[in-house]
Design a protein around this ligand. Structure first.
Ligand code: ZN
Length: 848
């Protein structure tokens, strides 16, 4: 009707497609693509519709004979062949089209990045390459011939022939078009191999532009670790002779799991100690794992339609989280993931863009590659693991692979697998997939005659289009700790199914302190009235590392909220943190996480959730004051820890070393409020790795003392795009809020602000929106600047423009003046003539 697609309208494709033969004759402005499709009707009388956009049709033939104009209809969105022109049995359709990769700035379909040809087809980019049934439930075998001048010509599957100016590839595994990929250019490979558990040898190549090959070792090792881990953890083996991974500089997202030919944003491949931070290394390993794990969860088993996106994404995020957890420190990884979930997904769920992990309608599917589909989707899989236990979960996964290999599936198929494997009815559990919103869990306790009772209430606020929120099945992991600090009841998973429900623990000698939602066993907001003394007790004694951290986090959040209205920092909190800074028994990475205060955005979110108006300036002031108070109280310990964490010797990206650097920088951030930035300046001068160099730079900027360091950093790194992205982001995210909007405007004039490159655009705009009080400057300067640039980017790259518009999703948290200013900017964007479908869907939803 209005261009909306509904889940309930799904119909199977009326044809089957067995093989596809593609030939590309590459040229920047006039690439020719011929496609030969072997089709056969499932039932008589159906028209054949092929998707196609921005294609110039050169020829069209059915079983070798050209079709007459009366036999088909060509529109802006595709090609339809009348039923009368189609044979009753199998037939071959051959098309030839012309496309212009060089002018493709949207980076969807076939495009060029720094002289190199590459593709991005998910979700619906293949229709910009050739006429095709561009939907994930149509799976076919692909044969690809590439003709072009470039020395390296790559596509999916196995190489089956190559010569001067051509190469052919054959992919034995049927796949949907969104997994198609082609790369051609002047590239160099870092090579390795992997022998699978059944003894097959696969060649591995990490392809980059000449000059970047000295930053590829880590990526190659990460592929090998991913392959090994998937065999050990899930019994999944690689299934082609070669695995190619290519780094490109212009890419809308992080990376893409095309079968046998993963294409990556170069920031998630290239790493050296001098240019990449510890966080970069961790992300590179995680995303390489993620894309590799898609080979089974995404490629071998794919999605029936795009509403099922979280079937592959939620599951694959869960898999990459588990991988990182095994490669690094599991407890620390879990805390980092929950911090990110709250920062992005809880924020999304609390605003106008809230949607279920499996939505039931969309206008533009690209707008649904969200934190809800990915990160909440992963939490839902994690809850299944919690409910079934590790062995039950593995058995269900085995059944999923055995039953659905080679198919395009739904969430219903997935749930059924878990029901069949466990013998449980998961009907109520399924609401996690279909209902939007974050449940709030409140709890009260009683203790009587040795029986300790917890009474829970669950409540989820209405979200757009979903007024009713029936209760969900919530797994609540609970342990009880005795007054002396010993655990008296080890972790037990309570299954809450009602709106209000009690759970009793009998035979206790004294009233225990409960540790609730251990390991963050469900993606809910836990609201519990407790005393700071009890939180401090848990921070000192909980055996569950997540809840130990969580206790400190709640204390910090509560004291910060109180400080926004003038309270003094909570003494209990200041003392409790002091005990941990120098606690050698606790892991340095864990201690760093305890020292890191909640972000200003998180504090704003918490204030709004309690029904009050968030004041960005007061929040910034409170957070700054709490850092000062912590530093004043613990200066000597912080200084000693800072020194103790120095690591002479060569940089290693391993988790243990990274943890020490992280603690060192957390100490430095607090110490900066005492030493006027002297230590940060010294570290910046002497740093030999990017983690410390960038960390020190950010602290200097935050103190308003960054100009000289910024200039030196720029002079040193101006030719390294990935490092310059950091230069843009850091100074905007961390500078004093009052100057952020003006600084952003100044940086937008910098010749290095090559805004058509998505990484650079995100570096600048994302840096500004990360500066909470700066972006939300009361006079609206931040909003105006940001909206101006979304309007400018939209015709060039609608996907990235639409994605960045989520900076406005938190409007309702703030005062009437700010709300009106944001609304005015959104209305200004919505009124732009010719606005993309991507951005107009977003502004419509944001305006509510
Ligand atoms: Zn993915």
């Amino acid at each position: 009707m209005d261009g909306t697609t509904y889940l309930s309208d799904y119909r199977p494709y009326p044809f089957t497609l067995s093989t596809v033969s593609l030939t590309f004759r590459l040229a920047p402005r006039a690439t020719r693509v011929t496609a030969r499709l072997a089709l056969s009707p499932r039932a008589a009388g159906a028209a054949l519709h092929l998707d196609g956009e921005e294609l110039k049709l050169i020829s069209l033939a059915l079983d070798g004979a050209a079709l007459a104009p009366a036999d088909y209809r060509l529109t802006e969105t595709g090609l339809t062949i009348h039923p009368a022109a189609l044979p009753e049995g199998p037939f071959t359709l051959e098309t030839e089209v012309e496309i212009a990769p060089e002018t493709n700035t949207a980076l969807e379909g076939l495009y060029m990045s720094k002289g190199m040809y590459c593709t991005q087809c998910e979700a619906e980019g293949f229709r910009k390459i050739t006429f095709y049934p561009d939907r994930p439930d149509v799976m076919a075998r692909f044969h690809v011939r590439i003709e072009g001048e470039a020395p390296v010509l790559l596509s999916n599957g196995n190489p089956v022939g190559a010569g001067d100016g051509w190469a052919e590839w054959d992919d034995p595994w049927p796949k949907p078009a969104y997994l198609f990929a082609l790369v051609a250019g002047e590239l160099v490979a870092t090579q390795g191999s992997f022998t699978t558990m059944s003894g097959r040898k696969a060649d591995l190549n990490v392809w980059v532009r000449p000059g970047d090959e000295d930053r590829t070792d880590y990526a190659l090792g990460a592929i090998q670790r991913s392959m090994k881990w998937d065999e050990e953890a899930f019994g999944r083996e690689y299934d082609l002779d070669v695995f190619n991974l290519v780094a490109v500089d212009d890419f809308n997202m992080g990376a893409m799991e095309n079968k046998g030919l993963n294409i990556f944003n170069s920031k998630l491949v290239l790493a050296s100690p001098e240019t990449a931070t510890d966080l970069d290394y961790e992300r590179i390993e995680g995303v390489i794992g993620h894309e590799y794990f898609h080979n089974w969860t995404g490629d071998r088993i794919t999605c029936r339609d795009w509403f099922q996106l979280c079937l592959k994404e939620g599951l694959t995020v869960f898999r990459d989280q588990s991988f990182t957890s095994d490669m690094r420190l599991g407890a620390v990884k879990r805390i980092e993931d929950v911090i990110a979930l709250r920062a992005r997904q809880f924020r999304e769920d609390a605003g106008p863009l809230a949607h279920p992990p499996r939505p039931d309608h969309y206008r533009e599917i690209n707008n649904f590659y969200t934190s809800t589909v990915y990160e909440k989707g992963a939490e839902v899989v994690r809850m299944l693991q919690t409910l079934l236990g590790p062995d039950g979960f593995r058995a269900a996964m085995d059944l999923y692979f055995a039953r659905h290999d080679g198919q395009a599936c739904t969430i219903e198929d997935w749930i059924t697998v878990f029901e069949d494997a466990s013998g449980r009815d998961l009907g109520q559990f399924k609401r996690w997939y279909t209902d939007a919103g974050t449940p709030h869990l409140t709890v009260t306790e009683t203790f009587e005659n040795g029986t300790y009772t917890l009474e829970f209430t669950q409540d989820t606020k209405p979200t757009p289009g979903q007024a009713e929120k029936p209760p969900r099945l919530i797994p609540i992991a609970v342990g009880l700790i005795g007054p002396n600090g010993d655990e008296v009841v080890p972790t037990r998973v309570l299954e809450m199914t009602e709106a209000r429900q009690s759970f009793a623990f009998e035979g206790l000698g004294a009233k225990p302190v409960p540790s609730i939602l251990r390991g963050f066993s469900a993606p809910v907001v836990l609201e519990r009235q407790t005393s700071p003394a009890e939180q401090a007790f848990l921070l000192a004694n909980d055996t569950d590392p997540f809840n130990r951290w969580e206790a400190g986090r709640s204390l910090a959040r509560e004291t910060l909220i109180a400080m926004t209205t003038g309270a003094a920092p909570d003494a209990e909190y200041l003392d409790a943190v002091g005990g941990l800074i120098a606690d050698e028994a606790a892991d340095p990475a864990f201690r760093a996480l305890v020292l890191r205060l909640p972000s200003e955005d998180e504090i704003a979110q918490a204030i709004a959730a309690s029904g009050k108006v968030a004041d960005p300036d007061a929040i910034h002031a409170a957070r700054t004051a709490l850092m000062q108070a912590l530093a004043a109280r613990h200066e000597a310990t912080l200084a000693a820890t800072y020194e103790a964490c120095a690591q002479p010797g060569a940089y290693r990206p391993e988790a243990a070393d990274a943890g020490r650097r992280s603690l060192r920088l957390a100490c430095l951030a607090l110490l900066g409020t005492r030493d006027g930035g002297a230590r940060a300046a010294a570290l910046f001068d002497n740093a030999t790795n990017m983690t410390e160099s960038l960390g020190a730079l950010g602290l200097l900027v935050a103190q308003g003392k960054g100009e000289a360091a910024l200039a030196r950093f720029r002079a040193r790194w101006q030719d390294n795009a990935l490092v310059m992205d950091k230069w843009f982001t850091t100074q905007l995210a961390l500078c004093p809020p009052a100057e952020a909007a003006d600084r952003a405007a100044r940086l937008a004039e910098d010749p290095l602000f090559t805004w058509k490159n998505p990484n650079r655009f995100r570096a600048l705009m994302g840096g500004l929106s990360a500066n909470h009080a700066g972006f939300h400057r009361a006079d609206g300067a931040g909003y105006r600047f940001y909206a101006d640039w979304l309007i400018r980017l939209d015709p060039v790259n609608p996907q990235t423009a639409a994605r960045m518009s989520t900076a406005f999703e938190t409007r309702a948290r703030y005062d009437a003046g700010r709300q009106a200013k944001i609304r005015a900017e959104l209305e200004r964007i919505a009124a732009v003539e010719g606005l993309s479908r991507d951005l107009s869907e977003m502004t419509a939803r944001l305006l509510g």
